[in-house]
Design a protein around this ligand. Structure first.
Ligand SMILES: [Zn+2]
Length: 151
């Protein structure tokens, strides 16, 4: 009986550890992915344009906005789902989802926004190794973009 309780608690704490590392890795990937998206769309001088209102400025002062919110795991790191947004559109206007969707279709083809809506409703559970792989990929891409654009 005690052994059983011990095993259950032990397994539970291992699960908790795994969960903790997944959320820490997600936070790390969010940061590097956001940097990648903003540098990808910036000019060689680091200037970007808000996808939903057209406001221009330096990439460090803009956000990486999500069409389907970041809480949806399946589209969280989908490059089509993310683009430059000013703080006003992203925060105060809740992401301007309608306009965002129109721009996504313009960039990637008609029906892409619908596809992302459907995809965002599917279940995706990120595994630590997948997140680690993406962190490595986007770190390299950020470095390439910084060397190319901002040097
Ligand atoms: Zn804006």
């Amino acid at each position: 009986m005690y052994l059983y309780v011990y095993i259950v608690l032990n397994r539970w704490s291992l699960e908790m550890e795994k969960q903790k590392s997944v959320s820490a890795l997600k936070r790390k990937l969010d940061k590097i992915f956001s940097q990648y998206i903003r540098l990808h769309w910036s000019t060689d001088e680091g200037q970007v344009r808000c996808i939903t209102c057209g406001k221009r400025g330096h990439y460090k002062e803009f956000h990486c906005g999500h069409f389907m919110s970041r809480g949806n795991n399946a589209t969280r790191y989908d490059e089509r789902n993310c683009n430059i947004q000013c703080i006003y559109c992203n925060i105060y206007k809740n992401g301007e989802q309608w306009k965002f969707g129109i721009e996504i279709d313009r960039l990637y083809g008609k029906g892409t926004a619908d596809e992302l809506v459907k995809l965002s409703n599917t279940i995706k559970k990120w595994k630590p190794y997948e997140l680690e792989e993406l962190i490595d990929i986007y770190k390299k891409r950020v470095k390439i973009l910084k060397d190319k654009k901002l040097s």
